[in-house]
Design a binder for this molecule. Structure first.
Ligand code: PMP
Length: 352
């Protein structure tokens, strides 16, 4: 071992879903949206003035922050944007969880939370979900350094209503509660409506799923202006120019077309419900997902085998082999009707 190695920061990184480089595949492994971004995004992309790239982008991301503030009817100083919600969540962990007491998040949730906690040396506890993968709210009634909940949760897809979130907030008035709403548009109700009543609530969302823009990397959070000030101070202490010129201009377009957005969501939710029905016919049990993915377990076929079999046919899905509680589940993104039909055919041939 070299002397300097003892100074290295050693972390076990988050492992993102695979991005295979194949010309034809059915990609249902990273919860991307199967439909293109809004037509206005395409137009803005075509019209984008490349000369703008000479200059640094606006460090305040003003046009994008303004568009989101208008959309959610909040003040600009209640909005913070980042490079995907991963960036926003990472910054939020760094900004708000600076206590000796452990922060709390479920044992089964977005696995990046644990990675940030380790990276920033934030102590944490992971109360177990119950046997139906529901959060036991009483586990969050104790003193802590903060609370993080994905709602709907991932990878279970299960959504808790706002009375549940309010109950958690009532019991955690002295710490920051982060609600990660990456999937909320697919059938849930956002906790953004609670931010005026709970100054310690930070709601995080993304353009990656419902707005079909995972490749653009835009995420944001909304909360009390004092929280947004703190997270901005941390951002400016790390990297002032987070949002590139294109993401600022194109991002504004993505929030304009409400009709396209709603139509897109409706198609995905309808396909999700059909997927659950079809998978049940094939011998799966599925959670009641309110996201753009289903979380499914087959009565006999092991998940790892199904994943491999599908992969050989260039159909990519995800499983979480390292966590014994969910290692036999597949997380399958809802694709187009044709893509899902191909998935059902492949599974049918294998299990029937
Ligand atoms: N939160 C949850 C629960 C997610 O599943 C994801 C997607 N991996 C993210 C946040 C981050 O998404 P993005 O960085 O693309 O906004």
């Amino acid at each position: 071992m070299r002397a300097w190695e003892k100074n290295f920061r050693k972390v076990e990184p988050y492992v993102p879903g695979e991005q295979p480089k194949l010309d034809t595949m059915i990609k249902l492994n990273t919860n991307e949206n199967p439909y293109p971004p809004a037509p206005g995004v395409l137009q803005a992309m075509k019209e984008f003035d490349v000369d703008k790239l000479r200059l640094y982008p606006d460090d305040k991301s003003d046009i994008l922050v303004g568009a989101l503030a208008d959309y959610y009817q909040v003040d600009k100083n209640q909005v913070f944007v980042g490079v995907g919600s991963d960036d926003v969540l990472g910054m939020a962990f760094l900004s708000f969880f600076n206590s000796d007491k452990p922060i709390l998040f479920p044992d089964i949730t977005y696995s990046f939370y644990q990675v940030w906690a380790n990276l920033y040396k934030i102590p944490y506890e992971t109360p177990a979900l119950d046997d139906s993968f529901r959060i036991k709210k009483e586990d969050y009634y104790k003193e802590s350094g903060g609370v993080v909940l994905a709602n709907p949760n991932a990878p279970t897809g299960i959504y808790e209503d706002l009375t549940f979130i309010e109950d958690i907030l009532q019991h955690n008035q002295d710490v920051i509660v982060i609600v990660d709403e990456a999937y909320v548009d697919f059938g849930g109700k956002s906790a953004i409506e609670l931010i005026d009543r709970y100054e310690n609530l930070l709601v995080v969302q993304t353009f990656s799923k419902a707005r079909s823009m995972a490749g653009m990397r835009i995420g944001y959070c909304i909360g009390n202006k004092d929280l947004i000030k703190v997270i901005n101070d941390v951002k400016y202490s790390y990297n002032s120019y987070t949002m590139n010129q294109t993401s600022l201009y194109i991002g504004v377009e993505a929030v304009k077309d409400e009709a396209y957005f709603r139509e897109n969501l409706a198609k995905i939710m309808e396909e999700r419900e059909r997927t659950i029905v079809e998978l049940k016919k094939l011998g799966f049990t599925c959670t009641d997902s309110k996201t753009n993915f289903v979380f499914a377990k087959h009565k006999t076929a092991p998940a790892a085998e199904l994943l491999e079999m599908l992969r050989e046919q260039n159909i990519f899905v995800r499983n979480f082999a390292s966590n014994p509680r969910i290692s036999n589940y597949l997380r399958i993104t809802v694709g187009t009707r044709e893509e899902m039909d191909s998935l059902f055919t492949a599974i049918r041939e294998y299990v029937m």
